[in-house]
Ligand binder design. Sequence first.
Ligand code: AMP
Length: 279
Amino acid sequence: MIKTVRAMQSAAKGHREAGRTVGLVPTMGYFHEGHLSLMRAARGRDDVVVVSLFVNPTQFGPGEDYDRYPRDEDRDAALAEQVGVDVLFVPSVEEMYPEGDVTTVEVAKLTDGMCGAFRPGHFRGVTTVCVKLFNITMPHRAYFGLKDYQQYVVIRRMVRDLHLDLEIVACPTVREPDGLAMSSRNELLSAEEREAALVLSRALCAAEEMIRSGETSADVVREAVREAVQAEPLARLQYVEVADAETLAPLERVGGRVVVALAAHVGPTRLIDNYIVEV
Ligand code: AMP
């Protein structure tokens, strides 16, 4: 376990100089199979696997769940060790954000819609912390889950636009046997809410079916998802989008590679999910 930026940078430099590849899995902890699948993917490709565990305050808005976010460092350390992680980087907030810092990284356009429209400043927090983590851990590859689809597209674009010297690897969404996308926030759901949360993956699955059986109006698909989620009294839909999977531009006609993405509150807990459909 490494806690300081200096120690992490010097370890990363040592590995690079010795000719070892470094794979980074950035996380906010409270590990589940989704996180572990990223770690295994890194383990399968890179010589040294670094997992960062940092609940990043700058990606939470006022009134969001920064304080409620589940944390359990000991459990996370044990799980990471089980899947063969070499380094767990666990910095403090003070370590990551030096006193008086005024520098951020912002990706325009791709952050306008979907989660970006409802969480002002969220993606600025994400991209800023990721650049910091890339500079601290110096990875050859960084692994991201498609569960956070917009985040993946935004990070990939930032890496391209800023000529950052690493590869972004996308990993598929890991789901519970009943379809619910795994998330640390699922821990915050009551038994009733956990049951109600199923409406999200079911609505997306139905949307995929509609598209596969020939529906080409994005509005018809959006409306079907809206109705399905509205039928669940414990769920409140924040948005559903049918967008081009590369540009995230909202579509009128469904075609090509499409992402159907949504965010909803189930009780007080905000969950997201998406399906990618190739038409
Ligand atoms: P988080 O700790 O929630 O910030 O997530 C850390 C990384 O794990 C991100 O790249 C997420 O996209 C990824 N991740 C979270 N949940 C899942 C999941 N159910 N399947 C695959 N990847 C996931």
